[in-house]
Design a protein around this ligand. Structure first.
Ligand SMILES: NC(=O)c1ccc[n+]([C@@H]2O[C@H](COP(=O)([O-])OP(=O)(O)OC[C@H]3O[C@@H](n4cnc5c(N)ncnc54)[C@H](O)[C@@H]3O)[C@@H](O)[C@H]2O)c1
Ligand SMILES: O=C(O)[C@H](O)COP(=O)(O)O
Length: 531
């Protein structure tokens, strides 16, 4: 098999390139390509992986053109430059490195707080110009002042701890911050209005979402103390820049430290003309330590995925560690086969799906197994689906999915049972993996059997009457269909029965019609499994 190929289209540390090479991955290092949309678009179809920072925009158009792409690795935190829904629909994993640059970015926020409190850049420029304007640059102390942290996750928490070390009082607004964690961090959890009213300094550390876009706007400025100072090292667009300009002009805001802008690269911006605004060009993550961290991490994560199927820090897929990947692999296959069985056997719209994990399987990574089951289930309708895209597609179709876990309940160490409801019927199939790692069906419609899964299979439902096996043998035999394995099961003597045949090739519909023409046969369906 050819080695996977990765493109690095942003300025990542070359350590990442070395890691890809050491792992046997072909890598093209084109750090300026992120800025050249057309060139990137023209070559993206050659790559299995794309490693980026924030300059590369992984748009829907780029993702559509990425015929082989399996993974986008963001060496950093914010993934707002990646169209995640488009990537997910195409089955592309998007991963980031959530901790590698958090300390560095928090330090930049603290640096900007000091720079704004003491007008350091302006004082530096004035002094170099020989002006010695000692009385012009009257600053403020930060000791004893209140810092409002909006978004108290990884970076916000580090900023809070540094600020507490600097003797500031910290209040935090973050709907997902628990009281316990707030107490542990030594911050006071408050609502947004309270933060705006009490803070002398405000620092932003939320992701860019529909809820956070423009969170600091004219209405928010109106609720702040006069003379407040604001720092944004998160994302441009969290602050409405035009409103900040007005607040600076009116004196409501005494200063601002801005690392991120509504439009980047920011080569022109009304904030550049404002006094006591300290601007940096999206430098939050730019230290050698952080860049080394994120480059190493992204290269290792992408390599682990491309070479071993291990998934870590993915935004759109449950994690699978390198250790669990080989153990999980046969069960992922089984889950897909169960989904594929029901997906092919069911012709009306699926309304509900229940996936039961029994015994040892219930202790595995069931989120990954659910994704695999759903992928198998809807593949008959959507050919290109995989474990990344399946949960989204199932949700888009309004199908309810539930998971049940239970202790070992039968003779098998563990098994998976998939039950699907449509408007007319409920269908179930269960399976397990034996020590040989091969998946097997062990129950269909609550009827026990033990069926090895083959590429081509025939699923029959029938009445349990004498002569059925003979009839099937005759029909298939005279039509040249060779049976590799034949499994039968029934509820009660003379009652509902099923048969699952593993055959050596595709079975023509005409042959199935002949089978169907016999009175004891209720249904006959050819199934295919990607095994
Ligand atoms: N300037 C830079 O170079 C730079 C570097 C790294 C990260 N960042 C930005 O910083 C952001 C935060 O990074 P992080 O690692 O701390 O992320 P994180 O996920 O650990 O923390 C984000 C926090 O924001 C909170 N949050 C979400 N929605 C909110 C809302 N509506 N109101 C208040 N809080 C909300 C979350 O609960 C979470 O605790 C990233 O998303 C990225 O955009 C910028
Ligand atoms: O989200 C991030 O990690 C930062 O914004 C850093 O972006 P950069 O990698 O382009 O410096």
């Amino acid at each position: 098999m050819a080695a996977p190929k990765v493109l690095v289209s942003d300025k990542l540390s070359e350590t990442a390139v070395q890691i890809f090479r050491d792992r046997g991955i072909d890598v093209d290092f084109m750090p300026e390509l992120g800025k050249d949309k057309e060139k990137l678009l023209s070559i993206i179809d050659q790559y299995d992986g794309l490693a980026i920072r924030s300059a590369t925009k992984a748009t829907e158009k780029l993702i559509e053109a990425a015929a082989k792409l399996k993974v986008i690795g963001r060496a950093g935190i914010g993934v707002d430059n990646v169209d995640i829904p488009a990537a997910s629909r195409k089955g592309i994993i998007v991963m980031n490195t959530p901790f590698g640059n958090s300390i560095t970015t928090a330090e930049h926020a603290i640096a900007l707080i000091f720079a704004v409190a003491r007008e350091l850049p302006a004082a530096d420029t004035s002094t170099r110009a020989g002006k010695w304007e000692k009385s012009k640059f009257m600053g403020v102390e930060i000791t004893g002042k209140t810092l409002g942290v909006i978004g108290c996750g990884n970076i916000g928490a580090v900023v809070a701890s540094r600020a507490i070390g600097l003797k500031m009082n910290v209040v935090a607004f973050d709907p997902f911050l628990s009281e316990e964690r707030a107490v542990k961090l030594g911050v006071e959890k408050v609502d947004l209005d309270t933060l705006l009213a009490r803070a002398d300094f405000i620092t932003l550390h939320t992701p860019m979402t529909d809820k956070t876009r423009g969170i600091i706007n004219a209405a928010a400025f109106a609720k702040m103390k006069t003379g407040v100072r604001i720092v944004n090292c998160a994302r441009g667009g969290l602050i409405v820049e035009a409103d900040l300009v007005e607040a600076l002009k009116s004196g409501k805001v005494a200063g601002a430290g801005i690392d991120v802008f509504e439009t980047e690269p920011a080569t022109e911006n009304p904030l550049f003309d404002m006094p006591n605004v300290v601007c940096t060009p999206h430098l939050g993550a730019s230290t050698s330590e952080a860049q080394e961290n994120v480059a190493v991490q992204v290269a290792e994560q992408m390599s682990d995925y491309l070479l071993k199927g291990a998934v870590s820090n993915a935004i759109n897929m449950p994690s699978i560690t390198a250790e669990e990947a080989p153990v999980l692999k046969p069960f992922v296959k089984l889950a897909e086969m169960l989904g594929a069985f029901v997906g092919q056997a069911t012709e009306s719209a699926i309304q509900e799906v229940e996936i039961l994990f029994d015994g040892s399987v219930s202790e595995m990574n069931t989120r990954a197994l659910i994704s695999a089951t759903l992928a198998g289930l809807i593949r008959p309708q959507v050919a290109d689906v995989n474990m990344v895209s399946a949960p989204i597609m199932v949700k888009e179709r309004g199908i309810q999915v539930s998971e049940v876990k239970r202790d070992k309940s039968g003779v098998f160490d563990g098994y998976i049972k998939l039950t699907v409801k449509t408007a007319n019927q409920t269908r179930s199939v269960a399976g397990t993996c034996f020590v040989d790692g091969k998946p097997r069906f062990i129950q269909i419609k609550d009827i026990n059997l033990d069926a090895e899964i083959g590429r081509h299979m025939i699923y029959l439902t029938n009445k349990d009457t004498p002569g059925t096996i003979g009839m099937l043998g005759t029909v298939f035999g005279k039509n040249g269909v060779n049976i590799a394995n034949f499994q039968l099961g029934r509820k009660d003597q003379g009652g509902d029965a099923i048969a699952l045949l593993y055959v050596d090739g595709p079975v023509p519909e005409a042959v199935l019609d002949e089978v169907r023409s016999h009175d004891q046969i209720t249904s006959a369906k050819a199934l295919q499994f990607d095994i």
